[in-house]
Design a protein around this ligand. Structure first.
Ligand SMILES: [Zn+2]
Length: 471
């Protein structure tokens, strides 16, 4: 079945047809983190959404190339570097490491490339030079280089493809230096920011003097370098639509690198924002959560992923501790059913198709209708529980059900059981078994193995040590 997605560019649901004439390769770019602090749960909603899109495309047989930038130079970072007196690299490296730990805890597949802005200064300068040569960028009296919206529009291009903008209030040549600004402030934006006293040691040489790139130009330069001047999918949170993504289009299409008739990006997808306990997340309201805060409260990455996957990506989502508990209960029901199916399958392999995989995929094909997908899963759990209770879950049937689950879990990524989530009693038994083996007390070690098996767990000895797997 064809995948249909809501394209912010056309403001409509469209069939997804990749630019690749063979219909095989898909380029996907998602704006990555600004590594100035620990990422919060709202940021991770976007990354889990991007992961769902990538995994579903892969499950449909597309060869996806996933690129996510790391913004490691930007206004907020420079401020913190100045305050902490650390080097830019040391400061950002700690938060980048933390980011990828969190990313992994949430079961997100690592992008194929994660370019850093500071490692692509030459590409960024090259792109600004192109814009300057085409008369779309100019150096202002403050030494910074700005993108001219007036010149861009005079050439027949449209600024305001993703949002409606009010140009009435705009005075030609009015400029905005900061990376983030409101829609009402539509004005020429900075491509290269001249070195300021407050930048400290953070600056690079350029044809326009020492300075640093603006935030928007980094995504244009790196996405086109990694994925080509035209690519299929650009994702991000809805807060990035303006100005960030609008500016990306202006810079990338302004540079004129695309073949005639091809856009910079064919489909733009935006995830809605996240509320926490019904309110906008803020430190002063006490509803500001990093992933670490939630892990410390005893929730697992898997439970948090499950909670974040409850709502449709274009709906604003109210994230609550109650909702997290709900996700925990749902996962427990699912785990119980899967454990029983594994026992019933008794090692048989599936010969027939279970309907779940097709229903799940069909739901996601409708602009990632996750509610429809969950509906199919819980109906499937009910039906399997009924069969199991009635003694009608034959090994073949159970094996087919498990095969379907494996298929959909390549997209959901909820099947793995976090070891941190193992009940303490099981952790203790596993530890005891390791000690018995070390002491060459194989009788005791075998007894513990049997005891764990009776509880539904098998021990897997891996190069990294022993771990428990659900039967
Ligand atoms: Zn970006």
């Amino acid at each position: 079945m064809a995948l249909r997605i809501f394209n912010t560019l056309s403001r409509s649901v469209q069939e997804f047809v990749p630019l690749d004439p063979a219909g095989q390769h898909v380029g996907l770019y998602c704006c990555g983190p600004t590594v100035h602090d620990f990422a919060h749960i709202g940021n991770f909603r976007t990354f889990v959404f991007a992961d769902l899109v990538r995994r579903h495309l892969q499950a449909k047989g597309f060869a996806v190339r996933h690129v996510m930038n790391i913004t490691d130079v930007e206004d907020k970072i420079i401020k913190r570097v100045g305050e902490t007196k650390m080097s830019l690299r040391d400061y950002t490296a700690q938060y980048e490491t933390a980011f990828f730990e969190d990313f992994q805890a949430l079961g997100c597949l690592r992008p194929h490339q994660t370019p850093h802005a500071t490692e692509h200064i030459a590409d960024i300068i090259g792109l600004i030079e192109k814009l300057t040569a085409r008369g779309l960028a100019y150096r202002a009296a403050d030494g910074s280089v700005y993108f001219s919206i007036e010149k861009y529009q005079a050439g027949g291009a449209r600024y305001g493809q993703l949002v409606n903008l009010n140009f009435e209030q705009m005075r030609p040549g009015e400029r905005v230096a900061s990376d983030e600004y409101a829609k009402e402030a539509v004005a020429d934006f900075a491509l290269w920011k001249a070195r300021a006293e407050s930048d400290g040691t953070v600056f690079w040489p350029s044809p326009w003097g020492e300075g640093r790139p603006g935030w928007h130009i980094e995504c244009s330069a790196m996405s086109m370098k990694m994925l080509g001047s035209s690519f299929d999918l650009h994702l991000g949170g809805e807060d990035l639509i303006f100005p960030h993504h609008e500016d990306e289009i202006a810079q990338s299409e302004g540079a004129g690198a695309q073949e005639a008739g091809r856009p910079f990006v064919k489909y733009w997808m935006h995830g809605a924002h996240l509320l926490v306990e019904g309110k906008k997340m803020s430190k002063s309201l006490g509803n500001f959560f990093t992933l670490r805060d939630l892990l410390q409260q005893g929730f697992t990455g898997r439970e948090i992923r499950c909670a974040l996957l409850q709502a449709h990506y274009r709906e604003s989502f109210n994230f609550t501790i109650e909702g997290l508990r709900g996700a925990r209960t749902s996962l427990a029901r699912l785990d119980e059913c899967l454990a029983k199916l594994r026992v019933a399958a008794a090692g048989s392999t599936a010969s027939a198709e279970d309907g779940l995989a097709a229903q799940f995929s069909a739901a996601l094909d409708e602009d990632f209708n996750i509610s429809g997908a969950w509906g199919a899963i819980f109906e499937w759990v009910r039906e399997n529980n009924r069969l199991l209770a009635a003694g009608e879950a034959t090994p073949e049937r159970a094996a087919a059900a498990l095969a379907a689950w494996e298929k959909i879990d390549s997209v959901l990524a909820l099947g793995r059981v976090d070891e941190a989530a193992l009940p303490a009693e099981l952790q203790a038994l596993l530890g005891e078994r390791q000690a018995a083996r070390k002491a060459r007390d194989f009788k005791r070690s075998d007894a513990i193995r049997d005891e764990l098996k009776a509880k539904g767990w098998v021990i897997e000895d891996t190069p990294k040590g022993a771990r428990l797997k659900k039967l």
